[in-house]
Design a protein around this ligand. Structure first.
Ligand code: NAG
Ligand code: NAG
Ligand code: NAG
Ligand code: NAG
Length: 248
């Protein structure tokens, strides 16, 4: 088994206090530079192409298009311009082009992560309230529209691009299947949803679903990783879990 993983894009933090970030288009341009440099260094384009074709790319993006844009009507106009379904459609349309660009740069095995249960994050629960339910249902309904379009996008890419092996990870589905853990953070959070600086986090890191107001705890992440790698149900990851992808 030749498992080479390029962790391509992880959560892009757009919180103002957290500094600058590189857009997905910018990351694709950077990746094109890396691929050219690799071709130059390896001195054999066939070899480099075969090499890149074997890599497993992980693409996990979209959370902040909701958390730090659509769900912030005081700062962004998107929720006034687009209804939730139109917004999901626009994001997916751009994403389709960006994933095709990644394919054109040589990527074949690409793991695409859906959005997690944003309505279950302590920050959204504190902001909106849940009406006695475990999560903010209206927010999960909005982000589900994106997930429900992302999965068919993955199928389309596989059908239309030769040798493409895109695969979809159902992050929300996996999260809903975990053992029930409270939707509370492990640390004491301040008004921006991040941990109070220098505060002492909870002693037991496996007891909460969330680390701070936005980010999953270690236990949530490791359960997601385990089921993305070896799916327990065909709904977790499709069409190939990561362990299958590594063998192809
Ligand atoms: C270039 O790489 C391919 C694929 O690994 C190999 O078959 C071929 O012999 C290489 N060409 C040269 C000139 O080394
Ligand atoms: C969320 O979607 C479910 C299923 O479509 C629906 O029954 C429910 O009323 C929706 N909830 C809200 C708050 O929009
Ligand atoms: C994700 O999994 C859940 C069940 O665990 C399922 O209801 C849902 O349809 C799946 N979503 C997608 C987009 O495949
Ligand atoms: C931490 O929490 C988990 C889940 O609530 C529990 O199973 C475990 O025993 C706890 N560990 C310690 C050291 O308290």
């Amino acid at each position: 088994m030749n498992l080479e993983i390029i962790t391509f894009i992880l959560f892009v933090h757009v919180y103002f206090s957290q500094g600058d970030r590189i857009s997905l288009d910018g990351q694709l341009l950077n990746h094109a530079t890396i691929v050219s440099r690799l071709k130059l260094l390896q001195g054999n384009i066939t070899f480099t192409n075969e090499y890149i074709n074997k890599c497993i790319y992980l693409v996990n993006i979209g959370t902040n298009d909701y958390v730090n844009n659509y769900l912030m009507p005081q700062s962004y106009l998107t929720s006034r311009i687009y209804n939730p379904d139109q917004y999901a459609a626009i994001l997916i349309q751009q994403y389709s082009q960006q994933l095709t660009t990644l394919y054109n740069l040589g990527a074949r095995k690409v793991v695409v992560f859906g959005l997690g249960p944003i309505g279950c994050t302590p920050a959204q629960i504190a902001r909106v309230g849940t009406n006695g339910r475990p999560c903010v249902e209206s927010i999960n309904n909005i982000t589900m529209l994106f997930n429900n379009r992302l999965r068919p996008l993955v199928d389309d890419l596989n059908n239309n691009l030769r040798d493409a092996r895109f695969t979809f990870v159902n992050v929300s589905g996996i999260a809903a299947n975990r053992l029930v853990m409270p939707n509370v953070p492990c640390c004491q959070i301040q008004s921006n949803g991040l941990c109070v600086p220098n505060s002492i986090p909870c002693p037991n890191r496996t007891s909460t679903a969330w680390y701070d107001g936005f980010h999953p705890s270690e236990i949530s992440n490791s359960r997601l990783a385990a089921r993305a790698y070896i799916a327990r149900s065909p709904l977790d990851v499709s069409p190939n879990d990561i362990s299958n992808l590594a063998r192809l």
